[in-house]
Design a protein around this ligand. Structure first.
Ligand code: GLC
Length: 747
């Protein structure tokens, strides 16, 4: 009797621990949990262990997978979001398989589930981690309510080439901003305490995928270890420290080694240096693609390379399920390697409470979708992500002065495309477009003549739209690119507004009425030639379900825009790659002679030349961190607490921020630092802090930003991460190209 009581007590403790979602110190390493893992692992056959390492895209009929589920041959499914089907998948696992191990159900919930938020590049433009975390939490509430417990997000790929279609899916060009956004999304998806509303985050694509040569997706990268450690790895490390439970390998080969078979990044860095004990999954068939890469001879070979490099789960190559037993039998793969992979998988499943709660309440799950509070958060996020690039004073529009508004352009009423790339579960029926929002706000005042019904349509309708413009008091042109023109594999070699959109804008301007352009896109397009044809331009990286109301609020001044560019805007695609945190080079550009000033038969000289383009110079159209407001801000009294610091000091920079205008506004204060001389050359500046500061009209506020001097550490010539002594400069400004530096030393 006594034994039974003890056993019951032990089980109760286990259940309470598991259900309470008690977060252990790292992704999952408290003693009780480890005991559960070992106990289950010890009962598993080799075949069942390998089954856990097999992920299958299961959007089809359940009957196709039922036998494999009963035999424990599938550990995870992706691309099923019907809660009834997911419950049935789980029931087969829990009730008909030998060990009753629940499935891990994954989905690309990238910027919202049903309620779609701005694409991640737009999320980054908010420079508002708290808001982005709120959005990720909402995505998790909606997705987990339908049985999805794993999202293949956040994507942390730093992108410095806007030709790359997936620039849309990440947080832009900057390491520091990327890391803050990564932490926010991991916290949002997983929650501060793991429970049934938690979705395991999946940080991807590990690593360097966004540095694809030529901005062409899946292309090779050639990043040195120092570039990896100083630029591309830090956001992943930050996300691991934030508790990210899973990670996905990338398609690219870096310096000849495909990530899915790269022991250095998957073991030396991820496991040994960062102590990551979560789950590593391949990208879709990225294991199989190592054959095409020329890194393996066949599926058995690449399966062996992947598992020995540190991959735990195979997405859609079926390499593990087909060959691992044979590879273990031959000794090419040790069973201990399989055991470690399965521990990572079981750890995530136990932590998510899937053994206790494998099912969802279907009715309750429906009630959560599109909750009013979710839509309101999506609207706020779309408002904060909008970037005011140009304004001659025409914005904010004054409704009382306007009798007729012409709404035009291919993105004015594009409910599907406004959602942007990777919005699988977004439903266009719930999208509110700018046209819908403006018609609701100004009944009877809006005329809608698209001019172009889609971006690449011919100009047959231009006469109609120009005639309509002449009848209007203001023209609101919504331009850009459809969702499919960015995203995976959708790269562009020409970044001008596609089709005849620029011609449409010019024709509208010629009609003689004020034209305000709003661009919705998945990337920074080269819009320099369009700026003269509009009095103002708002840039909205595909703003999601509530993009319409958000943009209407911006254009008519209910909301003062505060978005900042998370990526450099080029003057022309030929400047790519171009980013603010570049090295100085031995011949920094100084704004010198351009093509127009070069006379014929000019003599050649090698003296005094610098690094630039004769035709476009070397400056961007808009720098990183740039964005206007309906007011103006000034920075004054920038001073450092001291001018000499030790590596373990906290640097304090104080300044006064003033709102010089007649309306409230929010400024994204940015702090950049430059290490003037190092054991290796260092960027001309790097973002080390940012903060959104809201000021009333005329308000001035004294502020202090604190930065640990240790944040200035980098991997130098000796491969050791440290702060190097010497001279530094620091800027406090509203973008990466403004402000005057103050100096300090580290000794
Ligand atoms: C895709 C993407 C990856 C995504 C996965 C599952 O190919 O590269 O980001 O999570 O497959 O859809």
């Amino acid at each position: 009797m006594k034994y039974t009581r003890t056993l019951i007590l032990a089980v109760l403790i286990l259940l309470v621990t598991a259900c309470s979602g008690q977060k252990s110190t790292t992704v999952g390493s408290d003693a009780e949990l480890e005991k559960r893992i070992e106990k289950l692992l010890s009962r598993m056959t080799l075949s069942e262990k390998i089954g856990q390492m097999n992920q299958v895209s299961a959007g089809g009929e359940i009957s196709n997978y039922a036998e494999a589920l009963r035999n424990g041959q599938i550990g995870s499914i992706l691309n099923e979001v019907d809660p009834v089907k997911i419950n049935e998948f789980q029931r087969i696992c829990m009730e008909e398989s030998r060990l009753g191990i629940p499935l891990l159900v994954g989905r690309d919930v990238i910027h919202g589930f049903h309620t779609i938020f701005p694409i991640p590049l737009g999320l980054a433009a908010t420079f508002d981690p708290a808001l982005v975390e709120e959005g990720a939490r909402i995505a998790s509430l909606e997705a987990t309510a339908q049985g999805v417990r794993w999202t293949f997000s956040p994507m942390l790929d730093i992108a410095r080439d806007p030709r790359w279609g997936r620039i849309a899916e990440g947080s832009g060009e900057d390491t520091y901003l990327d890391a803050r956004m990564a932490e926010a999304m991991v916290r949002g998806y997983q929650g501060t305490v793991l429970d049934t509303t938690s979705m395991a985050a999946c940080i991807k694509h590990f690593v360097g995928y966004g540095a694809a040569e030529g901005g062409r997706d899946y292309n090779s990268t050639f990043l040195t270890e120092r570039q990896l450690r100083n630029i591309y790895l830090p956001p992943f490390e930050a996300a691991v420290k934030a508790g990210a439970m899973t990670l996905m390998t990338s398609f690219n080969d870096n310096d000849g080694v495909p990530s899915t078979g790269n022991t250095f990044i998957l073991k030396d860095v991820l496991r040994d240096e960062w102590s990551f004990d979560g789950l590593v999954v391949t990208d879709w068939n990225s294991m199989g693609e190592m054959i095409a890469h020329g890194f393996g001879v066949d599926r058995k070979d690449v399966a062996s390379k992947a598992v020995n490099a540190g991959v735990d789960m195979d997405m859609m190559t079926f390499g593990f399920i087909s060959h691992l037993e044979e590879l273990v039998a031959s000794g090419a793969v040790k069973e201990s390697v399989i055991d470690e992979a399965v521990r990572h998988i079981l750890r995530v499943k136990f932590l998510l409470g899937l053994f206790e709660h494998p099912y969802v309440d279907v009715a309750q799950g429906q009630a959560v979708q599109y909750d009013q509070s979710h839509l309101e958060a999506a609207r706020r996020t779309a408002e904060e992500s909008a970037i005011l690039l140009k304004n001659d004073g025409v914005l904010p529009l004054k409704a009382d002065d306007i009798r007729t508004i012409l709404v035009t352009g291919p993105m004015a009423n594009a409910p599907h495309d406004q959602l942007g790339t990777w919005s699988f579960d977004g439903e266009k029926s719930h999208t509110i477009t700018p046209l819908q929002a403006l018609r609701e706000r100004f009944p009877g005042k809006v005329i809608y003549v698209p001019g172009l019904r889609y971006s690449r349509e011919n100009r047959d309708r231009f006469d109609d739209v120009v005639a309509a413009a002449r009848r209007a008091d203001v023209v609101l042109a919504f331009l850009g690119e459809e969702a499919i023109l960015s995203g995976e594999a959708h790269c562009l070699a020409d970044l001008n507004l596609i089709g005849s959109q620029s011609e449409l804008l010019a024709a509208l301007k010629a009609a003689g009425k004020p034209v305000v352009a709003t661009v919705m896109a998945g990337r920074p397009l080269t819009i320099e030639r369009d700026l003269p044809n509009c009095r103002a331009m708002v840039y909205a990286f595909h703003p999601g379900t509530m993009g319409g109301p958000a943009l209407a609020n911006i254009l008519f001044g209910d909301v003062n825009p505060s978005g900042k560019t998370p990526v450099t805007f080029l003057r022309t695609v030929g400047q790519a790659p171009l980013y603010y945190a570049h090295n100085m080079t031995g011949r920094p550009y100084n704004g010198e002679t351009l093509l127009a000033a070069i006379e014929t038969e000019a003599g050649q000289t090698s003296l005094g030349n610098t690094s630039y383009y004769l035709d476009y110079g070397a400056y961007p159209l808009f720098p990183f961190g740039y964005g206007l407001s309906y007011t103006t801000f000034s920075y004054s009294g920038i001073s450092l607490g001291q001018t000499v610091y030790r590596p373990d000091d906290i640097l304090e920079v104080s300044f006064t921020l003033s709102n010089m205008g007649e309306r409230e506004g929010t400024e994204v204060v940015q702090v950049y630092v430059r290490d003037l001389v190092g054991s290796i050359t260092r960027p001309v500046k790097e973002l080390k802090a940012f903060e959104r500061v809201r000021l009333d009209a005329g308000e001035s506020r004294s502020l202090t930003v604190r930065i640990p001097v240790s944040d200035l550490a980098f991997y130098g010539l000796d491969g050791v991460k440290k702060v190097e002594t010497g001279d530094f400069q620091l800027w406090v400004a509203g973008d990466s190209a403004s402000g005057e530096p103050v100096s300090f030393k580290v000794q």
